[in-house]
Ligand binder design. Structure first.
Ligand code: IMP
Length: 503
């Protein structure tokens, strides 16, 4: 007979945290959100940790290189989507790794024979005022000068004026050598009162720019997540089909961590993928797996060697898996169940396998609840899709700025590998929708606000770290009438936009 679980499966909105004792020391500035990203043995440090418990979803409409850099700057990790060719995914990973914190590769190259009109058009396209003038106008050409908005006056100059007539030529430039450190570059910037310092290799090719404003921003990001060469940490999604080709390309491009992206991870395909990675790379390549929704699924993937395990089926905002296939579980119940299995596994084996609650985070407090329920970090799609750094298009819908947001299982993404069940069958029905989400501005501003709420709630619960919250949180179920009581009620609200970013 089938096993029937009597307890209904529940979502985060069905719970609230109950405050614990808050001591004088328990203030938001003292809260650490550091959390393990990959498994580690008792008494050892994980090889990779996050400084904030947030990673971005492995989705075309969410995780591209710009979002990856912006999130790493705040202390989290993006997983560059795998539903694209191996070459283009590897290129995106490489782009993040080339963006050494504070060193910005030029995306605006122009030739000395181009005109002021070309400069203005390029500025409009990239949004960047500083351009590298190279012999052939391409990235691989020798640097012969730079153009910034200080070099021309649009109102006084003919648009057909050649770049070579108004650029700052190479001979007049102060440049840094390719092996310069960020602080040495910054010293030169200050000494010579520069706005940017071109960094060139021995063949006079531009490697990157260091901008005065970026150095300052580097100091503004104390939690930024960098590797030992001061490059941003970045992840990448893989699938259970082409891993023999995709994994080497991603590792070569510099990916720090991989994750098998699948709607359902309790399968031999995931174990085979992890085995292939272990056989070929040992433990040096870190790989997460999932998604699962119960202890059995967790145990299977932990035994298979996964470095972290994702939880969640059917809870994503764009997801229609439960309607289409009748599989899934409320995200809160799934997280609780998997956390219990993770703790038992740790007790038995001495190996702590971090778990990630993936999908269904609607309100900021859902993040705190997921952590309280035992998650080590959360993965978010809709949340990040709203930001300017996401790779999806900004559009105007009925006068409102929106970002396009589509599921990996939608007809638009056509990511059939994510729904792989072996054999030759390809996706024959969709499990996701194509939608809009309200545009919310920059990642930094939103993540800061969200985490400020998380830190405050943790203080209310008397907890200064995620492990403390996992151990000490008190959580209560809510009734439908108490949910009504939880919002503004019995008043006429004057300011509907008290927190526009959350909507
Ligand atoms: P969100 O944060 O609620 O928007 O959920 C994002 C998560 O939904 C992702 O990390 C995936 O696990 C999942 N997901 C992405 N695309 C689809 C889809 O098309 N169908 C079902 N789930 C999806």
């Amino acid at each position: 007979m089938a096993i029937i679980l009597k307890e209904p499966s529940r979502t985060f909105s069905e719970y609230l945290l109950i405050p614990g004792y808050t001591s004088e020391n328990c203030v938001p500035e003292n809260v650490s959100l550091k959390t393990p990203l990959v498994k580690f043995k008792k008494g050892e440090e994980p090889a990779l940790s996050l400084n904030i418990p947030m990673v971005s979803a492995i989705m075309q409409s969410v995780s591209g290189p710009d979002l990856a850099c912006a999130l790493a700057r705040e202390g989290g990790v993006s997983f560059i989507f795998g539903s694209q060719s191996i070459a283009s995914q590897a290129k995106m990973v490489a782009k993040v790794k080339q963006t050494k914190a504070g060193f910005v590769p030029s995306d605006s190259n122009i030739s000395p024979e181009n005109t002021l009109a070309d400069v203005l058009a390029l500025k409009e396209k990239t949004g960047h005022a500083t351009m590298a003038v190279t012999e052939n106008g391409q990235e691989d050409g020798k640097l012969v000068g730079i153009v910034t908005s200080r070099d021309y006056r649009v109102s006084r100059m003919d648009r057909s004026t050649k770049v070579k007539e108004f650029m700052t030529p190479y001979e007049k430039l102060i440049v840094g050598k390719a092996d310069i450190s960020l602080s040495e570059a910054n010293d030169i910037i200050w000494e010579h009162k520069l706005n940017q310092l071109p960094i060139v290799d021995e063949d006079q090719h531009l490697v990157a720019f260091v901008f005065r404003k970026d150095y300052e921003s580097h100091k503004d990001h104390p939690l930024e997540l960098l590797d030992n060469q001061k490059r941003y940490i970045v992840g990448a999604g893989i699938n259970t089909r082409d891993y023999e080709k995709r994994v080497p390309a991603l590792i070569e491009a510099g990916a720090d961590v991989l994750c098998i992206d699948s709607s359902e991870g309790y399968s031999c395909w995931q174990a085979n993928t992890i085995k292939w990675i272990r056989d070929n790379y040992g433990d040096s390549v870190k790989v997460g797996a999932g998604n699962v929704v119960d202890g059995d699924g967790f145990r299977f993937l932990a035994d298979a060697g996964a470095d972290f395990i994702k939880i969640g089926i059917g809870g994503g905002s764009i997801c229609i898996t439960r309607e289409q296939k009748g599989i899934g579980r409320g995200q809160a119940t799934a997280t609780l169940d998997v956390a219990k299995a993770r703790d038992e596994y740790y007790k038995e084996t001495g190996v702590y396998v971090p778990i990630c609650s993936d999908g269904g985070i609607v309100h900021d407090y859902h993040i705190t609840l997921a952590l309280a329920f035992g998650a080590d970090f959360v993965m978010l799609g809709r949340y990040f899709a709203r930001f300017k750094e996401a790779p999806n298009k900004l559009v105007s819908v009925n006068g409102n700025y929106m970002k396009e947001y589509w599921g990996e299982g939608s007809a638009r993404a056509r990511n059939w590998q994510r729904y792989d069940v072996g054999g030759d069958a390809k996706m024959s029905f969709v499990e996701g929708v194509d939608s809009y989400v309200p545009y919310a501005g920059s990642l930094k501003e939103n993540v800061s606000l969200t985490l400020s709420k998380v830190r405050h709630t943790m203080c209310n619960c008397g907890c200064l770290s995620i492990p403390e919250l996992q151990k000490n949180a008190k959580v209560t179920l809510v009734s439908s009438t108490s949910i009504v009581e939880g919002g503004a009620h019995d008043v006429v609200v004057r300011d509907q936009n008290f927190d526009a970013r959350e909507k």
